[in-house]
Design a protein around this ligand. Structure first.
Ligand code: ATP
Ligand code: MG
Length: 143
């Protein structure tokens, strides 16, 4: 299986609960390397651009409001089969439906405020990593 990169956002609810460190520790325990990590507050434009695929959904305004209400951590991750493995560790979108031990079960509040974001494909992971870590902040893939 190939070594891949994926992208994580520790969302404002988890940062407010002071669980950013716990999320990063869990990811390391699960075999992910943290390639890059920074704390920032998303502007409305950046949040709308990031979630543009959901523009037509009824919860879009609520989602943008939530994602901009306080600081987040944006994180580039690496491990074997990273995209699928991180989706497993993250858990279902609705924390009430997430498996025991997943980040969303542990730290999520509800379907909107669900502690973390994770890329849903390798292609989107590349786009999302370069959206938040342009230039040489994350070393290019070797080889
Ligand atoms: P993410 O893209 O944040 O990793 P996901 O891929 O599990 O989450 P998506 O369907 O892509 O889920 O939804 C993006 C985000 O929009 C969710 O993580 C959540 O914050 C919000 N969201 C999704 N469904 C709802 C809903 N029914 N009501 C409110 N917010 C929602
Ligand atoms: Mg998604």
């Amino acid at each position: 299986m190939a070594v891949e990169r994926t992208f994580c956002i520790i969302k404002p609810d988890a940062v407010e609960k002071k669980k950013a460190g716990a999320v990063l520790a869990l990811l390391e325990e699960k075999g992910f390397s943290i390639l890059a990590c920074k704390r920032m507050t998303l502007s409305k434009d950046v949040a709308e651009g990031f979630y543009a695929v959901h523009k037509a959904r009824p919860f879009f305004g609520e989602l943008v409001q939530f994602m901009t209400r306080g600081p987040v951590f944006v994180v580039a991750l690496e491990r074997e089969n990273a995209v699928a493995e991180y989706r497993k560790v993250m858990g279902a979108t609705d924390p009430a439906k997430a498996d025991e031990g997943t980040i969303r079960k542990l730290y999520g509040g509800n379907v909107g405020e669900n502690a973390v974001h994770g890329s849903d494909s390798l292609e989107n992971a590349k786009i999302e990593i370069s959206y938040f870590f342009p230039g040489n902040e994350v070393a290019p893939v070797a080889g």
